[in-house]
Write a protein that binds this ligand. Structure first.
Ligand code: SF4
Ligand code: SF4
Length: 412
């Protein structure tokens, strides 16, 4: 695609990056076929190709409008379009640039700005999130049914293993996940312990920064990134071999640290090293040679599992089929899920900011997941897990929770 980006923008790294991405798009439109918002709304401007065109116009100097911002807001950043695109267009990086510029030129009103500010001030902070969740749970019995479903129950963590192991890995504690579902990381620690790997948590690590990043708060995002890098770096120097993410949404963000810190001379190198060391827990288990032997010896009852592969896992991290493989090796029976490439509508804060579209996507996804009447729905991201639970009548768990008992029984 030909571009004519303004000279002022072309002098910035952002402008140059946007030009190179725009020029890689051949405007073929293949991406529209897998875009959830285009499928729902049928409007070219709610498709990847249409949004790319809108961003191009803005970068070329055209004044964006409320309509421009609305079409960009409706994008889930699910990146299904990137998986489909034959030209390798880095849509997510382009939409980040477009959103930042459009937001500056079409500022939000007080209500929207406040809502976004509050989300940024609550979700990434465990204590604040826990406080609000506790209040929500107190009033849950008197709330209408549709609101009751939206308040998650808190789960209990299993005991964290106490053994010291020769191999060490770090886990991202995370924010909301540790409050709502701390058993995900303890299950991960137990599984890794059986493989001779000790899972460590860095006490002063914080949220990965994804919430602030997706809500266009650039300085705030940088603060989260710097804090994590400062806390993790000494541990990496002491021989920690990987940083594990148990939420694919956070994993994508951590993988992006190198890119997001590229212009910061003090942090660029460390951030890039951290991105290299980040692994989703499914990657770690798939790479452990001992895993298939241990697991194939075990046969669990044929429990039917429908796996919801989060967009961040399949399109962001581009990890396909690994979780499914592990679950099958554990003896679980996986069901067929139609349109498995589609987003459930969770998408970070999307379910709060775009409730109508998110609700439609949720209904479609739950219907597809429950079609073969599974015993359990498994997923790999806390956001999807909580969102699917608001609609599903089938229990929704993180897949590692299904793997943990297999190892426990194997040891018995
Ligand atoms: S993003 Fe890719 S698939 Fe979509 S129009 Fe551009 S080149 Fe074609
Ligand atoms: S990221 Fe998802 S919603 Fe956004 S344009 Fe691409 S496919 Fe559509």
């Amino acid at each position: 695609m030909q571009t004519n980006i303004t000279q002022a923008l072309l002098k910035t790294p952002q402008g140059q990056q946007a030009q190179s991405i725009l020029r890689s798009c051949v405007h073929c439109g293949f991406c529209t076929a897998t875009c959830p918002t285009y499928q729902l709304l049928g409007d070219e401007l709610d498709s990847p190709r249409g949004r790319i065109y809108l961003i191009k116009q803005v970068l070329e100097g055209q004044q964006p409008t409320l309509k421009t911002r609305t079409h960009l807001d409706r994008c889930l950043t699910c990146r299904a379009c990137e998986t489909t695109c034959p030209s390798g267009v880095k849509y997510a990086q382009l939409v980040d640039i477009g959103r930042e510029i459009v937001e500056q030129q079409v500022p939000r009103g007080v209500i929207e700005s406040t809502q976004r500010y509050l989300l940024r001030q609550i979700i990434p902070f465990q204590k604040r999130f826990l406080f609000l969740l506790t209040i929500g749970q107190m009033f849950k019995p008197i709330l209408p049914a549709f609101l009751r479903k939206k308040i998650p129950s808190r789960q209990r963590a299993t005991a964290w293993p106490q053994q010291t192991q020769p191999r060490k890995m770090l886990v991202l504690g995370g924010c909301a996940q540790q409050v709502v579902a701390p058993q995900i990381n303890s299950a991960t620690a137990n599984v890794l312990n059986h493989l001779g790997i000790e899972l460590l948590e860095a006490k002063n690590a914080t949220c990965c920064g994804a919430v602030s990043h997706h809500l266009n708060a650039k300085n705030e995002t940088q603060r989260f990134l710097k804090q994590n890098i400062d806390v993790w770096w000494p541990m990496l120097e002491q021989g920690v071999e990987a940083i594990i993410s148990t939420a694919s949404g956070c994993g994508v963000m951590l993988k992006d640290y190198g890119h997001l810190m590229a212009d910061n001379p003090q942090y660029a190198e460390k951030a890039s090293r951290i991105s290299e060391l980040v692994k989703d827990i499914s990657e770690v288990l798939s790479n452990e040679n001992t895993l298939p032997v241990k697991l194939t010896e075990k046969s669990v009852p044929r429990i039917k599992v429908a796996f919801h592969s989060p967009c961040t896992l399949q399109h962001g991290l581009q990890i396909n089929g690994r979780v499914e493989n592990i679950l099958e090796k554990c003896g679980y029976q996986l069901t067929q899920v139609n349109d498995a490439h589609l987003c459930c509508g969770s998408a970070g804060t999307y379910s709060i900011l775009q409730p109508t579209l998110s609700g439609k996507l949720l209904n479609n996804r739950v219907q597809a997941l429950e079609a073969e009447q599974p015993d359990i729905i498994a997923t790999a991201n806390i956001g999807c897990q909580m969102h699917l639970s608001t609609k599903s009548s089938t229990p929704v768990k993180h897949w590692i929770e299904l793997v943990e008992p297999v190892f426990e029984e194997k040891q018995d």
